[in-house]
Design a protein around this ligand. Sequence first.
Ligand SMILES: Nc1ncnc2c1ncn2[C@@H]1O[C@H](COP(=O)(O)OP(=O)(O)OP(=O)(O)O)[C@@H](O)[C@H]1O
Ligand SMILES: [Mg+2]
Length: 362
Amino acid sequence: MSVSPPDYLVLEHVRKEFGSFVALGDVSLSVRAGELLCFLGPSGCGKTTLLRIIAGLETQSAGRIIQGGRDISLLPPMKRDYGIVFQSYALFPNLTIAQNVAYGLVNRRVPRAERDRRVAELLTLVGLPDSGPKYPAQLSGGQQQRIAIARAIATSPGLMLLDEPLSALDARVRVRLRGEIRSLQQRLAVTTILVTHDQEEALTMADRIVVMNHGAIEQVGTPFEVYRNPATPFVADFVGKTNLLPAAGAGEGRVRIGDQRFACEFDGAFAKRTDLKVFFRPEDVQVRGVGGETPNSAAAVVQGLEFLGSYSRLTLRLNGIDQALIADLSVNDLAEFRVKPGDTLRVAVPVDRLRVFAAGPE
Ligand SMILES: Nc1ncnc2c1ncn2[C@@H]1O[C@H](COP(=O)(O)OP(=O)(O)OP(=O)(O)O)[C@@H](O)[C@H]1O
Ligand SMILES: [Mg+2]
């Protein structure tokens, strides 16, 4: 028996065309009750289009959307059960904060006293209990987004949809609000879809990430899965810093990178292919304590050293290959192990940290 929560929202074969342009190919996806799911992908990959289809603000060309067991594919937005927050604050500038938050409640004819109580509760929930009489222009960008969230959840919708809610904010506010939105979402246990092109935002906030590219899903997984075991070269490259080096099969369980051979666990079908890509993270490259006998080791020349605070990033060149590789060293490692550009080192990558893809068309 599965321990996962049940699926709250199910997308079946959703397709969207704008004229002859296919914005979404054939998207199927399940969102579990109470989870925070991120749509992550580069600009133009179809994140907003998919979110708008879920909201009924855009009509799919084909496919079905099931929310809470009900087919909502053809329902207008007003008949659907969600709250939405966009990138730009989109608060009504001529209404007070309290009136903004109460907007959905007024539409639903919630009695005045109950409405006032709910607005006070929501303003406290988002940490702005005294802002009710103010107008949006009197609040900072981060405060306005908190109010937009309060407005979105005022009617306790089953689904919260957030389209790049933090991207217009400055870096510090953005980081703080990430944590606030996440803890609010968990306290309310509201099923949430967050659209972002910021991988750090997705990795820090999501229960699961849907990585999208060119109107298709590349991978669905937890932040750890997507980072650690990317399903495709695109995911490997888009999420986190990556070494993605051209390679060729060199017999069973071996690849050649430049002039060097490395052992790896891979599909036997790759053994003779010459169009492979090898993936490993900069933190998986061993730089200290590597000798000639260390498995999967090779000589490399240090080309650059970039100090980044808690760690430093080495740029290295293996023999016989133009593309450099990067390796991260903690600041403590670096204090004991001094390297400088021009040095030749031996580096190694553990067998289980190398992953091989067929390069294919990108
Ligand atoms: N109404 C429309 N008419 C024609 N093309 C559209 C329309 N809306 C979106 N598109 C196209 O569909 C593709 C996906 O757009 P979408 O807004 O979903 O991307 P996105 O992933 O949200 O990107 P971003 O990160 O830039 O917001 C883009 O190529 C866009 O130009
Ligand atoms: Mg968008």
